[in-house]
Ligand binder design. Structure first.
Ligand SMILES: Cc1ncc(COP(=O)(O)O)c(C=O)c1O
Length: 264
């Protein structure tokens, strides 16, 4: 076991409340970073630490790349910030168009947020709001997965499946959310290459949840399917839209992979 590091005398740690961190333990065993370059952090003891998490996924292109620094400085000098309510900057339109070019056909609108948590809560609101204005206010069910993490917002925690993150806030969780089983099984998946062959049966749970609400609908399959969304009253098949955002992070490389599919 390594000896506890000395708290740097120059740092008052009392005011800052670190998220997802046992703060009292941290105060006794602080990890204080002082600079970063490329794929490495340098701490207050001069140690060079490989940033295997890419700054918890906020620095996928590495730290202190001079090209990124120059681009930030250029934009700052041109216009540091432009509100998004009732106005916009040229750069925002340009970025949205570039993202649409990278996205699969049909995903042609961009809504900017400040974090994954905000993005997830916003996406849930857009889905619910869309069906409501289309006259389908009963399409309200969300399906998440056990153990999944979708951020710290109330919507993200509700569709997420991390028990420790939910238990304090049970009274605040969104209604109408079901969870599929998680897919991790070490005994079945260890040492597999590529996509493991085991686990396809877990996807059948989705059919079971849809079927369950079909039974709950008192024989009115149209009303029932509209719980998940259907194409109008002439089609009582439930429409399930599955959104999977896969993010591959690497210190030095960044990939954004859109996988959004619709099964009917
Ligand atoms: C799938 C998913 N949703 C939401 C989030 C929350 O993102 P953020 O930490 O930027 O709020 C994460 C973060 O890891 C995530 O992986």
């Amino acid at each position: 076991m390594t000896a506890a590091l000395k708290i740097p005398a120059s740092i008052d740690m009392s005011a800052y409340w670190l998220p997802y961190t046992p703060n009292r333990y941290f105060h006794q065993h602080p990890k204080v970073m002082q600079s970063a370059k490329g794929a490495y952090y340098y701490d207050d003891h001069g140690r060079k630490l490989f940033d295997g998490l890419s700054g918890l996924w906020c620095s996928p292109l590495g730290h202190a790349d001079p090209r990124i620094g120059a681009a930030i400085a250029k934009q700052y000098e041109t216009m540091d910030y432009c509100p998004a309510f009732q106005m916009a900057s040229e750069a925002t339109f340009t970025l949205a168009s570039r993202i649409v070019k990278m996205a699969p056909k049909g995903l042609d609108k961009v809504f900017f947020t400040n974090s994954g948590s905000e993005a997830v809560d916003t996406a849930l609101k857009i889905a619910i709001g869309y069906h409501r204005v289309m006259g389908n206010a009963s399409r309200i069910r969300m399906i998440g997965r056990d153990r999944s993490y979708h951020g710290v917002g109330i919507g993200g925690i509700s569709v997420g499946g991390m028990v420790a993150n939910r238990k304090m806030f049970a009274s605040m969780m969104m209604s109408g959310v079901d969870h599929l089983p998680h897919t991790y099984n070490l005994s079945q998946m260890a040492f597999s290459r590529g996509q493991p062959t085991w686990g396809a049966h877990l996807a059948d749970e989705l059919e079971k949840i849809v079927a369950f609400f079909s039974v709950m609908s008192n024989g009115n399959s149209k009303a029932c399917s509209s719980t998940f969304g259907s194409h109008g009253c002439n089609d009582d098949r439930p429409e399930v839209i599955i959104h999977i955002l896969r993010r591959d992070y690497n210190a030095g490389a960044s990939f954004l992979d859109f996988t959004s599919k619709r099964w009917i």
